[in-house]
Ligand binder design. Structure first.
Ligand code: UDP
Length: 238
């Protein structure tokens, strides 16, 4: 019997780097599989799960534009990178027997479905894991904004942000052993203190839509399921 949770529908946001494992670039298949298992374990609790995955392990718009590329073109490349990551996670989930749909903000019919809100909601109701690809479909945005937007559109109860550390600290816990973790913090304080959680536009959107954000460690095996059952440590942003 899986542990119980009060959550019915959530969005999991992970960065592209979360799929790299210890590598410097791209995808590490065992890591992708491990994350798929974490997602499955929560899905097995009866929770409707959707996901937004970044693209930073493959390409970032800012990095392209720093090398002389036009910013918008570079951002489109970044969005395409998120599609690759979405397909990799889809494949890993389906290998575990979880039904999934990749839906893209940029239509590419041969590869995945286009994003249609009502259709995505229907997939969730049918207990399919929906992976939102290509960010918001617009340059100058990030997948953090896409996560906030999609979570609002899908009426998710919270965004779960899987990180390498178990929450938001007042300073970098890797560099400072005396760093303090917040159990709970407001979006306004995150903005005022310039805490690196999501970019400012994503934070403002989440705040305005009253969408709680839960920052937790995805490196902890069973961590995602634990948090769903009310165990473990994390930071809740409200
Ligand atoms: N991107 C974009 N619009 C969006 C989402 C993403 O232009 O709505 C581009 C942007 O260039 C970004 C890249 O896709 O740098 C990868 O996304 P992100 O940096 O958010 O990935 P993460 O840091 O989460 O891996």
């Amino acid at each position: 019997q899986p542990p119980k949770t009060t959550f019915r529908r959530v969005l999991l946001k992970i960065s592209g780097e979360a799929l790299m494992g210890n590598g410097q670039f791209g995808l590490n298949p065992p890591t992708v599989e491990r994350i798929a298992r974490e997602v499955k374990s929560v899905h097995d609790m009866g929770v409707e799960v959707c996901m937004v995955i970044g693209g930073g392990n493959i390409f970032r718009g800012l990095q392209g534009s720093a090398q002389g590329m036009e910013r918008t073109t570079a951002d489109y490349m970044g969005m395409l990178a998120t599609v690759m990551n979405a397909l990799a996670v889809q494949s890993a989930l389906e290998a575990l027997g979880v039904h999934t749909r990749v839906v893209s903000a940029i239509p590419m019919d041969q590869v995945c479905e286009p994003y249609i809100r009502r259709r995505a909601v229907r997939h969730l109701e049918k207990k399919r894991v929906v992976i939102f690809a290509a960010g918001t479909g617009n340059p100058y945005f990030t997948t953090d904004t896409a996560a906030t937007l999609r979570a609002s559109e899908m009426a998710c109860e919270a965004i779960f942000m899987g990180k390498k550390v178990d929450g938001i600290y007042d300073k970098d816990p890797v560099l400072y052993p005396d760093a303090k973790r917040y159990d709970r913090i407001t979006y306004d304080d995150v903005l005022a203190q310039h805490l690196k959680v999501m970019d400012a536009s994503a934070i403002a959107l989440a705040r305005d839509n009253k969408l709680p954000l839960i920052v937790f460690s995805l490196d902890e095996p069973g961590g995602f399921r634990g948090i769903m059952a009310g165990e473990g440590t994390y930071t809740r942003v409200v």
